[in-house]
Design a protein around this ligand. Structure first.
Ligand SMILES: Cc1cc2nc3c(=O)[nH]c(=O)nc-3n(C[C@H](O)[C@H](O)[C@H](O)COP(=O)(O)OP(=O)(O)OC[C@H]3O[C@@H](n4cnc5c(N)ncnc54)[C@H](O)[C@@H]3O)c2cc1C
Length: 380
């Protein structure tokens, strides 16, 4: 890559656009190619959270540091109601926000549109309806490479009172959770699962019925529904030849709750830094994200093996904690017992046929079979 050549990025999701913003601000020519006609087409205007508990650095400071301004819907999350399988409501509160609500999709006010405007303002050229082969991309930011988790969501406009409800029950959403967010006139109901994908509609319907039994809320006739995969992957490398893989294309995701936006923004920014500063991308992400993602896999192991008893304990402890962000941040820490457990969990995960993907290869098989894609390196 010479200084004169534009950096080519495949994918205009949060990871690709975070990379584009940093590169363009760093004085490099940048071309972002987006396969779809707009940004955010994977989503339907849904409320999502950029979590703020996995790092000490609060989200506003993090965004400032990576050069992202808040030109999108951005609202602190400092309360919620959690339910376990007994359906007893438990209110959780947080002194410092445990996250920040944003919206996703191809519409005004979303994170996607906000990042697009910032990338263009910084000088990046974004081309829609342009699918870029990963063999010619410098940064591959193409989103989920393999289906490790599946979510169905529904969104609608509403006048109902605000709610942030999360339902933890493996019967309603195996390995995952369901949620109802009503904020500022926008409602999102979702069900995320990590097993039995064929029955996603049943799980969604049962979760919705359970939520409505707890609190009647009106769903208008005009709603939007979307399905989307999530991709988790522990890897040795996120590079292949000259390409750097970022965001979910490389499986950067929080295993515990599937909150991948912070990983996407961080890995996109690190890929840009590796180019601007001439540093090794694999070294950079391993230092910042490697141990963190492995710890999140241990958390997922505990989440799944604890069953509904474990989830009920989690919900009770979260409600008793004076500060939910502080409580959640303990889960992200890596005490010695978690470090010792990690290799065993990785082996167990492989044994279950999970976490085996070489993202480049899967991407090739599932989405773009005409392309010959080199593997990313040895699978974990
Ligand atoms: C239902 C649901 C709810 C979620 N909620 C949360 C949440 O609350 N908090 C959170 O942190 N995370 C959440 N996540 C995860 C989060 O949305 C993702 O981790 C994040 O969007 C990943 O960003 P990305 O840039 O890697 O990929 P994406 O956002 O998927 O963007 C990839 C882009 O690349 C494009 N593309 C694909 N192939 C090509 C190609 N060959 N050439 C050009 N363009 C291409 C796609 O069209 C897409 O626009 C959720 C995920 C789902 C499915």
């Amino acid at each position: 890559m010479t200084q004169m050549q534009p950096i080519r990025i495949a994918g205009a999701g949060p990871s690709g656009l975070a990379a584009a913003i940093a590169l363009a601000k760093g004085g490099r020519a940048v071309e972002v190619h987006e396969a779809r006609p707009d940004v955010g087409t994977r989503f339907i205007g849904d409320l999502q959270i950029i979590e703020s508990a996995s790092e000490r650095e609060p989200i506003p400071t993090f965004l400032d540091r990576i050069g992202i301004v808040r030109n999108f819907y951005f609202r602190p999350a400092d309360w919620a109601t959690f339910y376990d399988h007994t359906r007893v409501p438990r209110v959780i509160r947080s002194g410092e926000p445990y996250g920040w609500f944003i919206r996703r999709g191809a519409e005004e006010g979303t994170l996607d549109r906000g990042l697009l405007a910032q990338a263009r303002d910084a000088g990046a050229k974004v081309t829609f309806n342009s699918r870029l082969g990963i063999d010619v991309a410098d940064i591959v930011a193409t989103g989920p490479a393999a289906p490790d988790g599946l979510a169905r969501e529904m969104t609608w406009r509403t006048e109902e009172p605000e709610r942030v409800d999360v339902y933890f029950d493996h019967k309603l959403s195996p390995g995952g959770y369901s949620y109802l967010f009503i904020l500022d006139g926008f409602a999102t109901f979702g069900c995320a699962i990590v097993a039995d994908f064929k029955r996603i509609d049943d799980y969604f319907d049962h979760s919705l019925a359970a939520a409505q039994k707890l609190h009647r809320f009106v769903i208008p006739s005009e709603t939007r529904t979307g399905y989307s995969y999530m991709n988790f992957h522990l890897k040795q490398r996120a590079t292949s030849d000259h390409a750097r893989f970022v965001g979910e294309a490389a499986g950067f995701q929080d295993y515990l709750f599937g909150l991948g936006i912070r990983y996407a923004l961080t890995s996109g920014n690190l890929a840009a830094r590796s180019i601007l500063e001439g540093r090794d991308f694999d070294d950079l992400w391993r230092a910042e994200l490697g141990a963190k993602q492995e710890t999140s896999l241990v958390n997922r192991f505990l989440y799944e093996t604890g069953g509904n008893f474990g989830l009920a304990m989690f919900v009770r402890q979260a409600a008793h904690a004076r500060d939910f962000r502080g409580y959640l941040s303990k889960w992200h820490r890596r005490p010695s017992w978690k470090s010792m457990l990690a290799p065993m969990v990785r082996r167990f995960w492989r044994h279950r046929g999970r976490c085996q993907h070489k993202p480049g290869e899967h991407w090739c098989r599932s989405r773009d079979t005409e392309m010959k894609v080199p593997p990313l390196g040895p699978a974990s």
